[in-house]
Design a protein around this ligand. Structure first.
Ligand SMILES: CC(C)(COP(=O)(O)OP(=O)(O)OC[C@H]1O[C@@H](n2cnc3c(N)ncnc32)[C@H](O)[C@@H]1OP(=O)(O)O)[C@@H](O)C(=O)NCCC(=O)NCCS
Length: 179
């Protein structure tokens, strides 16, 4: 599905622009990740995905191999969310591997801002399609992705991420063919 450019209005970009205050009134910034963020990244990941957090070594290796593919939400003292997105080797497809917003910061548009920035970046890179997996019961995430134009293909994929780990695969075409 082609996505009109106007669906991704520029809203401040990633770098060093504060766009929200956190619950303690500190301005939140969206930016790339640094090595010094790894302990905080691990903490946020464990908080948001308590049953299936990334082991530290996986985050470390994602950082080593794809450090420019993380965006984090930072209030200057701690992180409140992140997104990780990695392109296929031919650069045609990008998989969003993880999206997380701390529980106390949800419902304020932060998840959507992270995703919008990813989509803007991928359009600049001329990636054709964005893919992700989501639990079929994760209504908040599914609604967020649908609001960005993603749709589920092929119904529920049984045991996709292991036994009893069913997932929907959602995709979004970035419409470069029709540009
Ligand atoms: C999914 C998640 C990232 C959403 O982050 P968020 O910052 O709360 O989302 P936003 O405030 O940006 O909401 C954007 C849109 O998502 C949808 N949405 C968000 N929370 C929702 C909820 N609880 N129920 C239904 N729709 C919801 C809405 O369409 C919303 O748009 P609206 O506010 O205009 O109605 C967050 O809930 C989270 O981290 N969940 C746990 C981890 C997770 O499930 N990650 C995704 C794995 S695939």
């Amino acid at each position: 599905m082609a996505v009109p450019e106007e669906r991704f209005p520029f809203s401040g970009g990633t770098t060093d622009q504060a766009f929200f205050a956190d619950s303690a009134d500190r301005p939140l910034t969206m930016r790339g990740v640094t090595e010094a963020d790894l302990p905080e990244l691990l903490r946020v990941d464990r908080e948001v995905f308590p049953e299936e957090p990334y082991p530290y070594f996986v985050l470390r290796q994602h950082f080593d191999a794809h450090g420019d593919r993380f965006l984090v939400l930072d209030d200057g003292a701690c992180l409140h969310g992140y997104v990780l997105f990695i392109n296929s080797s031919d650069g045609y497809v990008c998989w969003v591997l993880s999206l997380a917003v701390s529980a106390d910061q949800r419902g304020r548009g932060l998840g959507k801002r992270l995703m919008l920035e990813v989509l803007r970046q991928l359009r600049r890179e001329r990636v054709h399609e964005v893919r992700l997996t989501v639990e079929p019961t994760n209504a908040a995430a599914i609604q967020l992705y649908r609001s960005l134009g993603f749709s589920a293909e092929g119904g529920v994929h049984r045991d996709y991420l292991g036994p009893e780990e069913d997932r929907l695969i959602m995709t979004l075409g970035l419409g470069l063919g029709s540009a």
